[in-house]
Design a protein around this ligand. Structure first.
Ligand code: ZN
Length: 406
Protein backbone atom coordinates (compact mmCIF):
# COMPACT_ATOMS: atom_id res chain seq x y z
CA UNK A 1 0.00 0.00 0.00
CA UNK A 2 1.55 3.26 -1.05
CA UNK A 3 0.18 6.60 -2.08
CA UNK A 4 1.81 9.99 -2.32
CA UNK A 5 0.75 13.61 -2.28
CA UNK A 6 2.97 16.62 -2.73
CA UNK A 7 2.19 19.65 -0.65
CA UNK A 8 4.37 22.72 -0.92
CA UNK A 9 7.83 21.84 0.42
CA UNK A 10 7.21 18.28 1.58
CA UNK A 11 6.11 14.89 0.32
CA UNK A 12 4.28 12.51 2.60
CA UNK A 13 4.11 8.88 1.59
CA UNK A 14 2.19 6.27 3.59
CA UNK A 15 4.17 3.02 3.62
CA UNK A 16 2.07 0.81 5.85
CA UNK A 17 -0.70 0.68 8.41
CA UNK A 18 -1.44 -1.47 11.41
CA UNK A 19 -4.53 -3.56 10.63
CA UNK A 20 -5.73 -3.32 14.25
CA UNK A 21 -4.87 0.16 15.51
CA UNK A 22 -4.45 3.56 13.87
CA UNK A 23 -0.63 3.22 13.78
CA UNK A 24 0.97 4.15 10.46
CA UNK A 25 4.45 4.13 8.96
CA UNK A 26 5.37 6.74 6.39
CA UNK A 27 8.20 8.64 4.78
CA UNK A 28 8.26 12.42 5.08
CA UNK A 29 10.55 14.05 2.53
CA UNK A 30 11.62 17.54 3.57
CA UNK A 31 13.98 20.04 1.88
CA UNK A 32 16.97 18.49 3.71
CA UNK A 33 16.14 14.88 2.95
CA UNK A 34 13.77 12.07 3.89
CA UNK A 35 12.68 11.24 7.44
CA UNK A 36 11.11 7.93 8.46
CA UNK A 37 7.93 8.25 10.53
CA UNK A 38 6.92 7.62 13.27
CA UNK A 39 9.86 9.62 14.59
CA UNK A 40 11.17 11.36 17.66
CA UNK A 41 12.91 14.74 17.49
CA UNK A 42 15.65 15.50 20.01
CA UNK A 43 15.53 19.12 21.20
CA UNK A 44 18.59 21.26 20.44
CA UNK A 45 17.88 24.31 22.59
CA UNK A 46 20.55 26.77 21.49
CA UNK A 47 21.34 25.32 18.08
CA UNK A 48 23.19 22.47 19.75
CA UNK A 49 22.03 19.32 21.45
CA UNK A 50 23.46 19.54 24.96
CA UNK A 51 26.23 16.96 25.10
CA UNK A 52 26.34 16.02 21.40
CA UNK A 53 28.28 17.46 18.47
CA UNK A 54 26.49 17.66 15.07
CA UNK A 55 28.61 14.63 13.98
CA UNK A 56 27.49 12.61 16.99
CA UNK A 57 23.87 13.61 16.37
CA UNK A 58 24.20 12.55 12.74
CA UNK A 59 25.64 9.22 13.88
CA UNK A 60 22.50 8.51 15.95
CA UNK A 61 20.64 8.57 12.58
CA UNK A 62 18.69 11.69 13.59
CA UNK A 63 17.51 13.45 10.43
CA UNK A 64 15.23 16.08 11.96
CA UNK A 65 15.97 17.97 15.14
CA UNK A 66 14.16 20.76 16.91
CA UNK A 67 15.53 24.26 17.52
CA UNK A 68 13.96 26.90 19.74
CA UNK A 69 13.13 30.11 17.87
CA UNK A 70 13.12 32.09 21.09
CA UNK A 71 16.73 31.18 21.89
CA UNK A 72 17.98 31.67 18.31
CA UNK A 73 16.17 35.01 18.12
CA UNK A 74 18.04 36.22 21.19
CA UNK A 75 21.40 34.70 20.23
CA UNK A 76 22.80 34.99 17.59
CA UNK A 77 19.75 37.13 16.67
CA UNK A 78 17.95 37.67 13.39
CA UNK A 79 20.54 39.92 11.69
CA UNK A 80 23.30 37.37 12.33
CA UNK A 81 21.09 34.52 11.11
CA UNK A 82 20.40 36.45 7.90
CA UNK A 83 24.12 37.14 7.44
CA UNK A 84 25.12 33.51 8.07
CA UNK A 85 22.30 32.16 5.91
CA UNK A 86 20.20 30.40 8.54
CA UNK A 87 20.46 27.80 11.27
CA UNK A 88 21.66 24.91 9.07
CA UNK A 89 24.85 26.84 8.28
CA UNK A 90 25.19 28.15 11.84
CA UNK A 91 25.16 24.60 13.23
CA UNK A 92 26.91 22.75 10.45
CA UNK A 93 23.82 20.56 10.19
CA UNK A 94 22.84 19.38 6.70
CA UNK A 95 19.68 17.55 7.71
CA UNK A 96 16.26 18.88 8.66
CA UNK A 97 15.35 21.36 11.38
CA UNK A 98 11.98 22.13 12.93
CA UNK A 99 11.52 25.35 14.88
CA UNK A 100 8.80 26.20 17.37
CA UNK A 101 7.09 29.60 17.21
CA UNK A 102 8.79 30.99 20.28
CA UNK A 103 5.49 31.71 22.01
CA UNK A 104 5.49 28.74 24.36
CA UNK A 105 9.05 29.50 25.47
CA UNK A 106 8.05 33.04 26.31
CA UNK A 107 4.95 32.15 28.21
CA UNK A 108 6.77 29.42 30.14
CA UNK A 109 10.10 31.20 30.72
CA UNK A 110 9.03 34.78 31.21
CA UNK A 111 6.71 35.31 34.12
CA UNK A 112 5.53 38.67 32.86
CA UNK A 113 4.45 37.49 29.41
CA UNK A 114 0.91 38.54 28.55
CA UNK A 115 -1.13 37.36 25.59
CA UNK A 116 -3.35 39.79 23.68
CA UNK A 117 -4.92 39.60 20.21
CA UNK A 118 -1.80 41.30 18.80
CA UNK A 119 0.60 38.68 20.15
CA UNK A 120 2.65 37.82 23.21
CA UNK A 121 3.83 40.86 25.20
CA UNK A 122 6.90 40.41 27.37
CA UNK A 123 9.80 42.26 28.90
CA UNK A 124 13.18 41.72 27.26
CA UNK A 125 15.30 39.40 29.41
CA UNK A 126 18.30 41.58 28.41
CA UNK A 127 17.23 45.06 29.40
CA UNK A 128 13.61 44.84 30.51
CA UNK A 129 12.19 46.84 27.58
CA UNK A 130 8.62 45.88 26.57
CA UNK A 131 8.53 43.66 23.47
CA UNK A 132 5.82 42.01 21.41
CA UNK A 133 6.00 38.67 19.57
CA UNK A 134 3.31 38.70 16.88
CA UNK A 135 2.41 35.84 14.52
CA UNK A 136 4.09 37.86 11.75
CA UNK A 137 7.29 38.35 13.74
CA UNK A 138 7.47 34.68 14.69
CA UNK A 139 7.20 33.64 11.03
CA UNK A 140 9.70 36.30 9.96
CA UNK A 141 12.20 34.94 12.49
CA UNK A 142 11.60 31.36 11.40
CA UNK A 143 12.02 32.43 7.76
CA UNK A 144 15.45 33.83 8.73
CA UNK A 145 16.30 30.60 10.57
CA UNK A 146 15.40 28.68 7.41
CA UNK A 147 13.99 25.65 9.25
CA UNK A 148 12.36 22.94 7.14
CA UNK A 149 9.27 22.89 9.35
CA UNK A 150 8.05 26.08 11.00
CA UNK A 151 5.30 26.30 13.61
CA UNK A 152 2.50 28.83 13.82
CA UNK A 153 2.32 31.12 16.85
CA UNK A 154 -0.52 29.79 19.01
CA UNK A 155 -2.20 30.83 22.24
CA UNK A 156 -1.27 28.04 24.65
CA UNK A 157 -3.18 27.51 27.88
CA UNK A 158 -2.38 24.90 30.50
CA UNK A 159 -4.66 21.94 29.64
CA UNK A 160 -5.74 21.67 33.26
CA UNK A 161 -7.05 25.27 33.30
CA UNK A 162 -10.66 25.27 34.54
CA UNK A 163 -11.45 28.51 32.64
CA UNK A 164 -13.66 27.38 29.72
CA UNK A 165 -14.05 30.86 28.24
CA UNK A 166 -10.33 31.54 28.24
CA UNK A 167 -9.67 28.12 26.68
CA UNK A 168 -12.20 28.84 23.93
CA UNK A 169 -10.70 32.28 23.32
CA UNK A 170 -7.22 30.72 23.04
CA UNK A 171 -8.43 28.07 20.57
CA UNK A 172 -10.22 30.60 18.36
CA UNK A 173 -7.32 33.04 18.58
CA UNK A 174 -4.93 30.27 17.48
CA UNK A 175 -7.04 29.86 14.32
CA UNK A 176 -6.94 33.62 13.66
CA UNK A 177 -3.18 33.65 14.27
CA UNK A 178 -2.76 30.78 11.81
CA UNK A 179 -4.31 32.99 9.12
CA UNK A 180 -1.86 35.75 10.00
CA UNK A 181 1.05 33.27 9.90
CA UNK A 182 0.01 31.96 6.47
CA UNK A 183 -0.19 35.54 5.15
CA UNK A 184 3.24 36.42 6.59
CA UNK A 185 5.08 33.28 5.41
CA UNK A 186 7.58 34.26 2.70
CA UNK A 187 9.02 30.82 1.80
CA UNK A 188 6.21 28.25 1.39
CA UNK A 189 8.24 26.71 -1.44
CA UNK A 190 11.05 25.68 0.95
CA UNK A 191 9.64 25.85 4.48
CA UNK A 192 6.57 23.95 5.70
CA UNK A 193 4.20 25.75 8.06
CA UNK A 194 2.37 23.47 10.51
CA UNK A 195 -0.83 24.56 12.28
CA UNK A 196 -1.35 23.68 15.96
CA UNK A 197 -4.66 22.25 17.20
CA UNK A 198 -5.65 23.72 20.58
CA UNK A 199 -8.70 23.33 22.81
CA UNK A 200 -7.40 21.86 26.06
CA UNK A 201 -9.07 18.67 27.23
CA UNK A 202 -12.47 19.64 25.82
CA UNK A 203 -13.02 17.19 22.97
CA UNK A 204 -15.74 19.26 21.27
CA UNK A 205 -13.42 22.27 21.28
CA UNK A 206 -10.63 20.13 19.83
CA UNK A 207 -13.00 18.93 17.08
CA UNK A 208 -14.00 22.48 16.19
CA UNK A 209 -10.34 23.49 16.07
CA UNK A 210 -9.48 20.50 13.84
CA UNK A 211 -12.25 21.42 11.38
CA UNK A 212 -11.14 25.06 11.16
CA UNK A 213 -7.43 24.31 10.87
CA UNK A 214 -7.83 21.49 8.34
CA UNK A 215 -9.64 24.00 6.07
CA UNK A 216 -6.43 26.09 6.00
CA UNK A 217 -4.64 23.14 4.35
CA UNK A 218 -1.17 23.53 5.92
CA UNK A 219 1.46 20.91 4.88
CA UNK A 220 1.34 19.28 8.33
CA UNK A 221 -0.67 19.41 11.53
CA UNK A 222 0.38 19.51 15.18
CA UNK A 223 -1.65 18.75 18.29
CA UNK A 224 -0.52 21.24 20.91
CA UNK A 225 -1.02 22.13 24.54
CA UNK A 226 -0.57 18.59 25.88
CA UNK A 227 2.00 17.34 28.39
CA UNK A 228 0.85 20.09 30.74
CA UNK A 229 0.13 17.93 33.75
CA UNK A 230 -3.15 16.41 32.52
CA UNK A 231 -4.04 12.78 33.29
CA UNK A 232 -2.62 10.38 30.70
CA UNK A 233 -6.11 9.07 29.94
CA UNK A 234 -7.19 12.63 29.03
CA UNK A 235 -4.13 13.13 26.84
CA UNK A 236 -4.98 9.91 24.97
CA UNK A 237 -8.59 11.00 24.36
CA UNK A 238 -7.41 14.27 22.83
CA UNK A 239 -4.92 12.56 20.49
CA UNK A 240 -7.51 9.93 19.52
CA UNK A 241 -10.18 12.56 18.82
CA UNK A 242 -7.88 14.74 16.73
CA UNK A 243 -6.36 11.98 14.58
CA UNK A 244 -9.90 10.87 13.62
CA UNK A 245 -10.46 14.28 12.03
CA UNK A 246 -7.07 14.89 10.44
CA UNK A 247 -6.28 14.09 6.79
CA UNK A 248 -4.57 10.72 6.23
CA UNK A 249 -2.11 12.28 3.80
CA UNK A 250 -0.46 14.71 6.20
CA UNK A 251 2.07 14.25 8.99
CA UNK A 252 0.69 14.55 12.54
CA UNK A 253 2.96 15.92 15.24
CA UNK A 254 2.03 15.62 18.93
CA UNK A 255 4.07 18.32 20.67
CA UNK A 256 6.01 17.89 23.90
CA UNK A 257 5.54 14.13 24.17
CA UNK A 258 8.56 11.98 24.85
CA UNK A 259 8.21 9.22 27.44
CA UNK A 260 8.59 5.90 25.62
CA UNK A 261 5.25 4.60 26.97
CA UNK A 262 3.41 7.76 25.82
CA UNK A 263 4.90 7.44 22.35
CA UNK A 264 3.99 3.76 21.99
CA UNK A 265 0.36 4.57 22.86
CA UNK A 266 0.16 7.77 20.78
CA UNK A 267 1.49 5.91 17.71
CA UNK A 268 -1.33 3.40 18.18
CA UNK A 269 -3.69 6.38 18.18
CA UNK A 270 -2.36 7.55 14.80
CA UNK A 271 0.36 10.10 15.67
CA UNK A 272 3.59 10.31 13.63
CA UNK A 273 5.98 12.84 15.20
CA UNK A 274 7.09 13.66 18.74
CA UNK A 275 9.54 15.87 20.57
CA UNK A 276 10.59 16.17 24.16
CA UNK A 277 13.48 17.50 26.23
CA UNK A 278 13.12 14.61 28.70
CA UNK A 279 15.59 12.07 27.19
CA UNK A 280 18.41 14.65 27.08
CA UNK A 281 17.46 16.43 30.30
CA UNK A 282 17.19 13.23 32.33
CA UNK A 283 20.58 12.11 30.94
CA UNK A 284 22.17 15.01 32.79
CA UNK A 285 20.91 13.47 36.02
CA UNK A 286 22.55 10.14 35.21
CA UNK A 287 19.31 8.45 34.04
CA UNK A 288 19.78 5.96 31.19
CA UNK A 289 16.68 4.87 29.25
CA UNK A 290 16.57 1.12 28.55
CA UNK A 291 13.96 -1.34 27.30
CA UNK A 292 13.60 -2.42 30.95
CA UNK A 293 12.90 1.04 32.31
CA UNK A 294 15.06 3.97 33.37
CA UNK A 295 18.28 3.25 35.31
CA UNK A 296 19.55 5.90 37.69
CA UNK A 297 23.27 5.28 37.35
CA UNK A 298 24.06 7.54 40.30
CA UNK A 299 22.69 4.81 42.53
CA UNK A 300 25.32 2.94 44.56
CA UNK A 301 24.16 -0.40 43.13
CA UNK A 302 25.90 0.47 39.84
CA UNK A 303 29.32 1.17 41.41
CA UNK A 304 30.61 -2.25 40.39
CA UNK A 305 28.25 -3.03 37.52
CA UNK A 306 30.44 -3.52 34.47
CA UNK A 307 27.63 -4.08 31.99
CA UNK A 308 26.98 -1.42 29.31
CA UNK A 309 24.14 1.09 30.01
CA UNK A 310 21.93 -1.20 27.93
CA UNK A 311 22.82 -4.73 26.84
CA UNK A 312 23.11 -4.97 23.07
CA UNK A 313 22.86 -1.20 22.53
CA UNK A 314 24.66 -0.03 19.40
CA UNK A 315 25.24 3.57 20.51
CA UNK A 316 28.81 4.87 20.46
CA UNK A 317 28.99 4.87 24.27
CA UNK A 318 27.70 1.29 24.84
CA UNK A 319 29.28 -0.42 21.81
CA UNK A 320 32.34 -2.49 22.78
CA UNK A 321 35.76 -1.06 21.96
CA UNK A 322 36.45 -4.04 19.70
CA UNK A 323 33.56 -2.81 17.54
CA UNK A 324 34.67 0.80 17.41
CA UNK A 325 32.62 2.04 20.35
CA UNK A 326 33.71 3.44 23.70
CA UNK A 327 32.73 0.36 25.72
CA UNK A 328 31.39 2.51 28.54
CA UNK A 329 30.11 0.63 31.60
CA UNK A 330 27.46 1.51 34.18
CA UNK A 331 30.21 1.61 36.79
CA UNK A 332 32.12 4.19 34.75
CA UNK A 333 29.04 6.44 34.42
CA UNK A 334 28.44 6.00 38.15
CA UNK A 335 32.02 7.03 38.83
CA UNK A 336 31.72 10.07 36.51
CA UNK A 337 28.28 11.10 37.69
CA UNK A 338 29.65 13.26 40.47
CA UNK A 339 31.97 15.06 38.05
CA UNK A 340 29.11 16.02 35.75
CA UNK A 341 29.82 16.78 32.07
CA UNK A 342 31.55 13.73 30.55
CA UNK A 343 29.11 11.33 32.17
CA UNK A 344 26.19 13.51 31.04
CA UNK A 345 27.46 13.49 27.44
CA UNK A 346 27.75 9.71 27.39
CA UNK A 347 24.26 9.18 28.80
CA UNK A 348 22.85 11.79 26.37
CA UNK A 349 24.46 9.90 23.49
CA UNK A 350 22.87 6.69 24.72
CA UNK A 351 19.41 8.16 25.42
CA UNK A 352 19.09 9.85 22.02
CA UNK A 353 20.20 6.63 20.35
CA UNK A 354 17.75 4.63 22.46
CA UNK A 355 14.81 6.86 21.49
CA UNK A 356 15.65 6.82 17.79
CA UNK A 357 16.12 3.06 17.89
CA UNK A 358 12.76 2.68 19.65
CA UNK A 359 11.17 4.65 16.79
CA UNK A 360 12.86 2.39 14.23
CA UNK A 361 11.53 -0.71 15.97
CA UNK A 362 8.06 0.86 16.14
CA UNK A 363 8.19 1.61 12.43
CA UNK A 364 9.37 -1.89 11.50
CA UNK A 365 6.61 -3.44 13.61
CA UNK A 366 3.99 -1.35 11.76
CA UNK A 367 5.47 -2.28 8.38
CA UNK A 368 5.31 -5.96 9.36
CA UNK A 369 1.81 -5.43 10.76
CA UNK A 370 2.89 -6.70 14.16
CA UNK A 371 2.38 -3.49 16.15
CA UNK A 372 -0.05 -5.09 18.63
CA UNK A 373 2.56 -7.70 19.58
CA UNK A 374 5.24 -5.00 19.71
CA UNK A 375 3.18 -2.85 22.11
CA UNK A 376 2.48 -5.82 24.40
CA UNK A 377 6.13 -6.77 24.52
CA UNK A 378 7.18 -3.16 25.12
CA UNK A 379 4.92 -2.77 28.16
CA UNK A 380 5.86 -6.14 29.57
CA UNK A 381 9.53 -5.15 29.59
CA UNK A 382 9.34 -1.45 30.37
CA UNK A 383 7.35 -1.84 33.58
CA UNK A 384 9.11 -4.90 35.06
CA UNK A 385 8.23 -4.06 38.64
CA UNK A 386 4.51 -3.66 38.04
CA UNK A 387 1.95 -6.41 37.63
CA UNK A 388 1.12 -5.21 34.14
CA UNK A 389 0.88 -2.19 31.86
CA UNK A 390 -0.67 0.98 33.37
CA UNK A 391 -4.48 1.23 33.18
CA UNK A 392 -4.48 4.35 31.00
CA UNK A 393 -2.36 2.59 28.35
CA UNK A 394 -4.55 -0.53 28.41
CA UNK A 395 -7.69 1.58 28.05
CA UNK A 396 -6.34 3.84 25.29
CA UNK A 397 -4.94 1.03 23.16
CA UNK A 398 -8.04 -1.10 23.67
CA UNK A 399 -10.10 1.73 22.19
CA UNK A 400 -7.70 1.68 19.24
CA UNK A 401 -8.01 -2.09 18.73
CA UNK A 402 -5.01 -3.42 20.70
CA UNK A 403 -5.65 -5.44 23.86
CA UNK A 404 -2.49 -5.35 25.99
CA UNK A 405 -3.92 -7.91 28.40
CA UNK A 406 -5.14 -10.65 26.03
ZN1 ZN B 1 23.79 2.86 24.48
Amino acid sequence: MSSATTLSALTFELKGRCSRSKARASTLTLPHGPVDLPMFMPVATQASLKGLTPEQLEETSCRLCLNNTYHLGLKPGQAALDAIGGAHKLQGWNYNILTDSGGFQMVSLLKLAKVTEDGVRFLSPHDGTPMLLTPEHSIDLQNSIGSDIIMQLDDVIQTTSPDYDRMKEAMERSVRWLDRCIAAHKNPDRQNLFCIIQGGLDLEMRRECCREMVKRDTPGVAVGGLSGGEAKSEFCKVVDTCTDLLPQQKPRYVMGIGYPEDIVVAVGLGADMFDCVWPTRTARFGNAITAYGVLNLKHARYAEDFAPMEEGCRCTACRPRAEGGLGVTRAYIHHLAAKETVGAHLVTMHNVHHMLDLMKRIRNAILEDSYAAFAKDFFLKYFPKQKGPPDWAVEALKGAGIDLLD
